[in-house]
Write a protein that binds this ligand. Structure first.
Ligand code: AMP
Ligand code: MN
Ligand code: MN
Length: 320
């Protein structure tokens, strides 16, 4: 299938590349790797805003940020990267393309493309994009390597998560040899915090609550906290890791209020607990150890629902 997709991409006259909404380093890095490899014939689309911390990536300036799918121009191929289901690209209209290709590593992927490459055992979508680009025989430039490295680096939490294995380091080695500079990527992503983010973090940490024998830690951010600190939704990336990072905690949960209503939830687990199952039961998805969903209710109602489901899941319940 990868050979087939490599050929389709090489032969295509126009490619529109899509990332999921609230994009992370893997979604953005994967799309920009394609952009830097195939240049003019690729347009990269982001539903909503592209987080500022990723503007250092080559090609980021050219990403088209759209609020309505009517702004998306038809293309021969729609290439959807790191996205488990169509809902994560609002009003996705496949009739604007001759073929839809999905490349992803989510267990919960719904195989909504005409061609689907889904490899849940991979730590990032960017690595699969790397495989495909190698098959196209396009030279892997320093810019392409930097984009792929960023996807791999961020989706493994800087080589910390359980998805990190010998293959991850092998791929990272290849990318560094091709020109990616790890410390530069690290500084851009983890050491370029705007002060407003740190002020929001200070407010967020005060909300810490522990549940289920202190095995679940919950943190949240309200609309009012955003207003007080001048922070943006994208500034909460990784806040959930403060919840997971507590000794004895199995599951970290982070919630943020959405505009004008609703709640975005992030789950991170350490060992046994499958949070993708819980997120899926709430209409979302993700991986065993990192998952998310959106709920149309208040913060407190969301916390209630989540704790009830986690209680079942963590006692080995079958009803989730
Ligand atoms: P996040 O907590 O938003 O960083 O997401 C963690 C993981 O869950 C990522 O792999 C996401 O792609 C996935 N995810 C987050 N939100 C959703 C959602 N609403 N639907 C499906 N998957 C999601
Ligand atoms: Mn992602
Ligand atoms: Mn990913």
């Amino acid at each position: 299938m990868k050979e087939k997709v490599a050929k389709i991409l090489s032969d295509a006259e126009s490619i529109a590349c899509f990332m999921h909404k609230n994009p992370d380093g893997d979604a953005i890095g994967s799309c920009l790797a394609i952009k830097n490899a195939f240049k003019e014939k690729v347009k990269v689309y982001c539903p909503g805003k592209l987080p500022e911390i990723f503007m250092f990536l080559p090609g980021a300036e050219e990403v088209v940020q759209f609020s309505s799918f009517s702004e998306v121009k038809p293309a021969q191929v729609f290439l959807v990267l790191d996205c488990s289901d169509e809902k994560r690209i609002p009003d996705f209209d496949r009739s604007k393309a001759e073929a839809v290709i999905v490349v992803d590593h989510h267990e919960t992927n719904e195989y909504f493309g005409d061609y689907n490459i889904v490899e849940p055992e991979r730590a990032s979508t960017a690595e699969i994009v790397f495989d495909i680009l190698k098959l196209t025989k396009k030279p892997i430039t320093k810019d392409v390597a930097t984009c792929i490295f960023t996807g791999l680096y961020t989706d493994t939490g800087g080589f910390k998560y359980s998805s990190t294995n010998a293959e991850t380091f092998q791929t990272a080695k290849e990318l560094v040899e091709l020109g990616a500079v790890p410390w530069k990527v690290a500084v851009e992503i983890y050491e370029s915090n705007p002060p407003r983010r740190i002020r929001l973090l200070a407010e967020c940490l005060k909300t810490l609550r522990l549940f289920l024998n202190d095995k679940v830690a919950v943190l949240y951010v309200t609309r009012e906290m955003y207003e007080r600190t001048g922070a943006l939704p994208e500034d909460t990336e990784d806040f959930v890791n403060y919840a997971r990072g507590i000794k004895g905690v199995e599951v970290g949960v982070f919630l943020r209020e959405l505009e004008p209503e609703g709640v975005k939830v992030s789950f991170r687990s350490k060992n046994e607990v499958n949070v993708a199952k819980v997120a899926k039961a709430l209409g979302g998805g993700g991986h065993d150890h990192a998952a998310g969903c959106e709920l149309n209710c208040s913060l407190e109602e969301a916390i209630d629902k989540i704790i009830n489901l986690l209680a079942q899941e963590m006692s080995g319940g079958q009803n989730v």
